[in-house]
Design a binder for this molecule. Sequence first.
Ligand SMILES: NC(=O)c1ccc[n+]([C@@H]2O[C@H](COP(=O)([O-])OP(=O)(O)OC[C@H]3O[C@@H](n4cnc5c(N)ncnc54)[C@H](OP(=O)(O)O)[C@@H]3O)[C@@H](O)[C@H]2O)c1
Length: 272
Amino acid sequence: MNETNDVFSSSTPLNIGIIGFGPFAQFLAKTMIKQGHILFATSRSDHSQLCSQLGVKFFKEMDPFLDSNNYDVILISTSILSLSQVLSSIPFHLLRQRTLFVDVLSVKEYPRQLLLQVLPEETDVLCTHPMFGPESGKNGWEGLAFMYEKVRIRNEDTCSRFLQIFRSEGCRMVEMPCEEHDRQAARSQFLTHTIGRVLAEMDIKSTSMDTKGFETLVYLCYLQKNDTIKNSFDLYSGLFLHNRFAKQELKNLELAFETVKQNLLNKMTETS
Ligand SMILES: NC(=O)c1ccc[n+]([C@@H]2O[C@H](COP(=O)([O-])OP(=O)(O)OC[C@H]3O[C@@H](n4cnc5c(N)ncnc54)[C@H](OP(=O)(O)O)[C@@H]3O)[C@@H](O)[C@H]2O)c1
């Protein structure tokens, strides 16, 4: 493809169908609409009012959603825990053309495996994790990481036009296997959520003499309680149940806590 075609192609709007129109999909939709893409959505709950304000055509039922459009992309943005149930409710035979399926779940090996299992062979698959949300991305996406793996891509043009949505907003594009994503995310994301939950459970609050270190802990606790993603227990348990590396991280945390405690107890015995 020559450069002129490339520019034309990347600026051609995509027909994007969204399955699962929760807080994260709503957040992504605003930028996609701003860029001129044409959006359709379906979800368990009725989001038709919000959709009409945003300029998204909403379908209460899956059949007319699939049957009424030629989708370039179908974006899956359901909770991790409901993915399997949602995928099994999709009437794939109603797809009108070869479509790129993209998921944005915060774990990656699990949707990768499930999508390859249930999607028709002729569909393309892109697994992604935008490493930001409505809170961290509220002032734009410049410099924020966007992880992806091209799992089964035959239509490179559609795939690159989809990735362009994030690239053109200034995201740091990170191409990485889903397995490696989960290994790293178990340490970074799952551990952050776990420590945040422990601090929230302890209800730590600012004091009149906070150190920088303690300010960081208070901030982590604040994020856990107030982030607009609400850090639902569903999301947290999804990060644990569907990332095989998370279980090891929880064990590592318990072991590390025991070691720190034991070192203190040893010191106490030594000095008494
Ligand atoms: N929020 C973030 O910052 C962020 C960042 C990156 C990736 N993600 C990923 O994006 C996805 C969506 O996240 P989210 O923040 O919008 O919240 P979420 O709670 O993880 O997902 C909410 C969505 O899942 C649907 N859903 C939940 N249970 C369902 C069920 N039993 N059957 C059918 N649909 C069900 C909801 O449908 P209704 O709304 O119709 O009830 C809603 O569309 C998640 O997989 C998450 O891991 C989130």
